[in-house]
Design a protein. Sequence first.
Length: 185
Amino acid sequence: MGLEEKLPSGFILGKVEDLVGWVRSSSMWPVTMGLACCAIEMMAAGTPRFDIARWGMEVFRASPRQADLMIVAGRVSQKMAPVLRTVYDQMADPKWVISMGVCASSGGMFNNYAIVQGVDHVLPVDIYLPGCPPRPEMLIHSILELHNQVIKGAPLGVNREETIRKVEEAALNAPPTHEMKGLLA
C-alpha cells in the first residue's frame, strides 16, 4: 500500500529534477555557428523536409544571450577559437554543445597549424556527431540524444554551479585527440 493508492486519480508523482529536465529539453534554442560546409547540412535540418520545428528549434538565434545550444558545424580555425569561446560564455545557463562533423570533432583532414584539432580544446562538448558532412537526419538524431541526456537531468540546488564547473574543467583537461592513439598504442 503506497502513496499512489491514497491520491485521487489523475494525480502525477515525480521529481522536480525530472520536470525541469523535460522543460529544458523542450525549449532548446540553437545559436548560429556555421563555420564550414557542415553548416549547409545544419541549415537543411531546418527546412520543411527535415523540420526541426517539431522540437521548437526552427529559429537559429543570432544572439548568444537568447540561445542555450551551440551546434559547432565545421572546422574551427585558431583565429575563430577565441570568438567561439566568447560566444559560448555569453550563452544562457544551462548550455549544451554539439560538435557537428569530423572537422569540428577532431580537425578532420586538416592536420595543420591553422585548424584546432577538435573543438573540445575550446569548449566542453556534450555530443559528437561524426561524418563529412553529416546528414540532417544525423543532426536530428544527435539533438534527440541530447534531449535524452537533458531529461536525465543535471543536479539542482546549491552544488549545481560547482558540479558544472568541475565537468567543464574535466572536459577541457582531457587529452587532446591528436595524442590519443587508440588501438595503435
